[in-house]
Design a protein around this ligand. Sequence first.
Ligand code: GDP
Ligand code: MG
Length: 397
Amino acid sequence: MESRGTKREAGKIEVAEPRNKLPRPAPSLPTDPALYSGPFPFYRRPSELGCFSLDAQRQYHGDARALRYYSPPPTNGQSPNFDLRDGYPDRYQPRDEEVQERLDHLLRWLLAHRGQLEGGPGWLAGAIVTWRGHLTKLLTTPYERQEGWQLAASRFQGTLYLSEVETPTARVQRLTRPPLLRELMYMGYKFEQYMCADKPGVSPDPSGEVNTNVAFCSVLRSRLGNHPLLFSGEVDCTDPQAPSTQPPTCYVELKTSKEMHSPGQWKSFYRHKLLKWWAQSFLPGVPNVVAGFRNPEGFVCSLKTFPTMEMFEYVRNDRDGWNPSVCMNFCAAFLSFAQNTVVHDDPRLVYLFSWEPGGPVTVSEHRDAPHAFLPPWYVEAVTQDLPSPPKTPSPKD
Ligand code: GDP
Ligand code: MG
C-alpha cells in the first residue's frame, strides 16, 4: 500500500548509528488500517463549551440565532414527498467558496471565551484547536481511497492549531464541478429546509431561499487519548423532543442519499457513506443522523434514523467494512505525530501535513504567506495579555 518509505521508519529515528552521520529519514506516518487495529482509545464524552452563528451575509454572531429546530413530517402513515430540486437555482444563495475562512470564526469565539474556559489554567496551552470537519477527515483516512488532504499546523502559546488547506486537485474539482453535482449539493441543503423550522413546535417553511452562508456552530471540548481537543462543528438542528435537551445530545444531523433497491447497494452504503456519517457525528457526540432517501427524480419519499452508536453494527461482520477503533487510533497517532513535529512555538511557522491515498502522511515546513493561517488580530490580542512578559523598557518610557 505505502508507496513512499516503509512502515518501519514511520516517525522513528534511527539510533544504531550516530545521528549526525546519517541523513535522518524524513518523518512520515503510515495510514494502513492494519497498523491501527488495537482497542478503542479513550475518547472523552464531548461537552459543549458554547456556540456561534453565521448569518446570511456570513457575518459572525456570538449566539445561537442560526440554530434550527427539528420538525419532521407527521408520522400518520403517509410517506414524505419532498421535491429537493424545488427552488434551484433561482432560490439558491450559495456561499462564496473562494473565501478561505480557515479557523477565523472559531478563533473569534475563542478570543472572546478563552478567559472562561474550563479545565483549569493552562488547559488551552495543551490543547489542539481545529474544525470538526478536519478531524472527520483524519478519522476516515485509513479507509479513504479517493481524496487526499493537507492540514496546516502552527503552535502558538503551546496550543496546536490545525487548519485545512485545499489541495490543488480539490481546487480543480471545485472549479470544474459538474452542474449535476452542484444541484446535488443544493438538494442536501433543501432537505434541511424541509426538516427544520426557525422556532420550536412550528412547521418548516420550504418557500424561502436556501442560503448556505447561514450556519450554527457548536464549540466542543473532548480528549482523544492524551490529546485535549477544542473543536467546532456546524450543527443542522436541535430536536425539541429529544430525551435530553442538553447539547450535544439534542442535536440531529441531516443527510440525503440515493434510494437503494438491492442488498449490494445497501452493503456499499454501509461501507462508505455510513463511515463518513459516523465519523462526523461521533466526534461531537451527535446521537442521531436522519437520512432522507431520494429517488432518481430528486424526491425524498422515505426517512430513516441512524443512531450514531449503532452504525458500526452494519459493518461489524463485514471483512471489507470499517472499524471505529482503527479510525480513532489513527487520529490519535496523527495528533501525536503532529505534536512531535511542530516543535517551534511561532504563529508564522507552518508545518504542512500532506496525504494522498496509498501513501503515508508527509510533512513540509513553511513561513508566512501563503500558508500561515493564524490572523494578526488573533496573534496580537493573545500576545498582548500574556501574564506580564518580561519587558525591556523602551527609550520612550
Ligand atoms: P463539516 O463537518 O465538513 O461540515 O465541517 P464543520 O462542521 O467542521 O464546519 C466548519 C466550518 O466550515 C463551518 O463554518 C462550515 O460552514 C464550514 N464548511 C463546511 N463545509 C465546508 C466546505 O466544504 N468548504 C468550506 N470552505 N467551508 C466549509
Ligand atoms: Mg447535514
